[in-house]
Design a protein around this ligand. Structure first.
Ligand code: ADP
Ligand code: F6P
Length: 323
C-alpha cells in the first residue's frame, strides 16, 4: 500500500480545504494511506503528521482557510531544513507529497523534488502570481470579498461625496487590484506593473468631481510604489485640488477569510483529484493548475523560472471606462 502526504503552505486561500478533501478521498480511492501535515513546511520538519480518513475531511469543503493550518518557514529554505523534512517523510515510509500553495511554496516543492523526492504542487494563492495556472486557487473568492467591500464603500462614499483609496493584497502583483478595480467600477487603479503619477490621479479625481460624480474609488495594490499610505499622503498635500474629501480603507487579510464560492470549491476539488491521479501514474515534479479551462501539469522547474505576465490592456480599458 502506498502512503502519501498533503500540506498547505504560505498564505491560506479559500478552496484549500476542497483540495485537501479531494487529495484524501482520491488517494483512498486508489487504496492508499493519506497523511495530513500540519502547518506547512514547519510541520513537515517537526514531524507533525496526522492520518486522514474519509470522515476526517467531512464537512470541510465549504470552509475558508485550511484545516491543516499553514505557515511560513525560513528553515525549509535551507538544505538542512529540507533534509530534516525528508527524514520525517522517510521514517513514515511516505512515498510522495502534495503541496498546496503559492510561488514560494512551489519553490519549496521544486527544491524537495530536486533532492529526489516525488512532489506534486497545487497552484494556490490569492495573489495569482504563479506560472502554470491562469487562475490560482482562492483568487475568485478573494476578489468577490474585495468587490463586496468596494460596493459597500461606494454607498457611503456617495452619501458623503468622498473619494476612497481602497488597498487590496497581492504582494508584488497587481492582479487583484486590476480585477477588483475594473469589476468594482473604480475611477483609478494603481498597480506595481505600471508607473503611477499621483499628480495624474489627482487630476483625474478632480475631473470626476467636476463632472458631478458623487464618489470616486481608487483601487491600489499593496505592492505599488504609491500604495494606500503614500497616495493618501500625496492627496493630503494637495487636498484643495482634489474636490472630494478622502478616506482610506485597507482590506488586508479580510480578503483571505472568505467562504469559498462555487469556482474555488470546484477548482480545489479538480486540482486535488488531478494531483493524486498524476501521482498514481507515477508523474511528479509538476504543478497542477488551470490553463485554458483545462487542468494541466507544468514542470516545477518551468513554474519557478517563469514570471506570470499581467494583461496591461485591461488597465487601459479601466481608464476608458472610468468616465
Ligand atoms: P506562498 O507560497 O503563498 O507564495 P511564501 O512565499 O511565504 O508563500 O512561501 C511559503 C513557504 O515556502 C516559505 O515560508 C518557505 O518555507 C517555502 N519557500 C519559499 N521560498 C522557498 C525557496 N526558494 N526554497 C525552499 N522553500 C521555499
Ligand atoms: O500571498 C498571499 C498574501 O495574502 C499576500 O497578498 C500578502 O502580501 C501576504 O500574503 C500577507 O502575508 P501574511 O499573512 O504573512 O501577513
Amino acid at each position: 500500500m502506498k502512503r502519501i502526504a498533503v500540506l498547505t503552505s504560505g498564505g491560506d486561500a479559500a478552496g484549500m480545504n476542497a483540495a485537501i478533501r479531494a487529495v484524501v478521498r482520491t488517494g483512498l480511492h486508489y487504496g492508499w494511506e493519506v497523511f495530513g501535515v500540519k502547518h506547512g513546511y514547519a510541520g513537515l520538519i517537526a514531524g507533525d503528521f496526522v492520518a486522514l480518513g474519509a470522515r476526517d475531511v467531512s464537512g470541510i469543503i465549504q470552509h475558508g482557510g485550511t484545516k491543516l493550518g499553514s505557515a511560513r518557514c525560513e528553515e525549509f529554505k535551507t538544505q538542512l531544513g529540507r533534509l530534516r523534512a525528508l527524514r520525517q517523510l522517510n521514517e513514515r515510509e511516505i512515498g510522495a507529497l502534495v503541496v498546496i500553495g503559492g510561488d514560494g511554496s512551489q519553490a519549496g516543492s521544486h527544491a524537495l523534488s530536486q533532492m529526489g523526492f516525488p512532489v506534486v504542487g497545487i497552484a494556490s494563492t490569492i495573489d495569482n502570481d504563479l506560472c502554470g495556472s491562469e487562475i490560482t486557487l482562492g483568487v475568485d473568492t478573494a476578489l468577490n470579498v474585495a468587490l463586496e467591500a468596494i460596493d459597500r464603500l461606494k454607498v457611503t462614499a456617495s452619501s458623503h461625496e468622498r473619494a476612497f483609496v481602497v488597498e487590496v493584497m497581492g504582494r508584488d502583483c497587481g492582479y487583484l487590484a486590476l480585477m477588483a478595480g475594473i469589476a468594482g467600477g473604480a475611477e483609478a487603479i494603481v498597480i506595481p506593473e505600471a508607473e503611477t503619477d499621483p499628480e495624474q490621479i489627482t487630476t483625474e479625481l478632480r475631473a470626476a468631481y467636476e463632472r458631478g460624480k458623487s464618489h470616486a474609488i481608487v483601487v491600489v495594490a499593496e505592492g505599488a510604489r504609491y500604495n494606500a499610505d503614500r497616495l493618501a499622503q500625496y492627496f493630503a498635500e494637495h487636498r484643495e485640488r482634489l474636490g472630494f474629501d478622502l478616506r482610506v480603507t485597507k482590506l488586508g487579510h479580510v480578503q483571505r477569510g472568505g467562504t469559498p464560492g462555487l469556482f474555488d470549491r470546484m477548482l480545489g476539488t479538480r486540482l486535488g483529484a488531478a494531483a493524486t491521479e498524476y501521482l498514481a501514474r507515477g508523474e511528479h515534479g509538476i504543478l497542477i493548475g488551470l490553463l485554458r479551462d483545462e487542468i494541466v501539469a507544468t514542470p516545477l522547474a518551468e513554474v519557478v523560472a517563469g514570471k506570470k505576465p499581467l494583461d496591461l490592456r485591461l488597465l487601459e480599458l479601466a481608464r476608458v471606462l472610468a468616465k
